[in-house]
Design a protein around this ligand. Structure first.
Ligand SMILES: [Zn+2]
Ligand SMILES: [Zn+2]
Length: 232
């Protein structure tokens, strides 16, 4: 990936957060699990941007590994927080629950997790500033891009499309296993595949998942065709 691209990944615990930087404007996608706020502000500082340059934080969905540091960042910056309507209540409770497993090992993990570690899924509650239910333009925040609802992993999952080239997709895609982009957790698989089609239809070249490394359009397309072939 080329160096002057606007997407800056930040490894936050086992998840990725991303800064999108254009000129003096920054946008944060997700905030990792708890206690990641310093790491994110350090990354901003490393780009020679003051905390005030961060005007918006988008929660791709409300699982604990994406919203754990959101409250702290809301307190430490002037950023507004954006979430989908379907998950605004979860964010306000600080509990996005645990998703359904899609593979044997993740089904097992979720079954154990739901019984034993209920508190794992919780985090400091956040009152969102912007609640959306449809596409949302980011031009008011100085960013050339828009938010696109991509349900499936969760009902309120969002992706962020930058310059019609870069898609930040939360847990709609995973890339923790080589040559696979399938999330081990999803509440609604048919809906997930509809959202994959929507993402390909954006024409984006690069896809940045909540877990694992960036995904090329070629890999995404090939994987999707294979998966669809099997389902038919
Ligand atoms: Zn998730
Ligand atoms: Zn996740």
């Amino acid at each position: 990936m080329n160096r002057d691209q606007p997407i800056v990944p930040i490894r936050t615990g086992n998840a990725n957060a991303y800064l999108v930087v254009t000129g003096s404007h920054a946008l944060l996608i997700d905030s990792g699990p708890r206690n990641q706020e310093r790491k994110i502000l350090t990354a901003l500082h490393g780009l020679h941007l003051p905390p005030e340059s961060l005007r918006l934080i988008i929660a791709t969905h409300t699982h604990y590994d994406h919203c754990g540091s959101l409250r702290a960042l809301q307190n430490m910056t002037q950023a507004k927080v954006l979430v989908h309507q379907a998950e605004a209540g979860d964010l306000q409770r600080g509990d996005g629950g645990l998703p359904d497993g899609t593979l044997w090992f993740s089904k097992f993990m979720v079954a154990v997790g739901r019984r034993l570690i209920r508190s794992l899924a919780t985090y400091p509650p956040v009152t969102p500033d912007i609640v959306i239910w449809d596409t949302f333009a980011l031009s008011d925040f100085g960013i050339d891009g828009y938010v696109l609802p991509t349900p499936g992993h969760t009902a309120g999952s969002l992706s962020v499309i930058i310059q019609n080239t870069h898609a930040l997709v939360g847990d709609t895609l995973f890339h923790i296993v080589k040559n696979s982009v399938f999330p081990p957790f999803a509440n609604d698989q048919p809906e997930l595949f509809n959202s994959w089609q929507k993402l390909l239809d954006t024409g984006c070249k690069y896809f940045y998942p909540g877990h694992g490394s960036p995904i090329s359009r070629e890999l995404f397309q090939t994987y999707f065709l294979k998966k669809r072939g099997k389902a038919a």
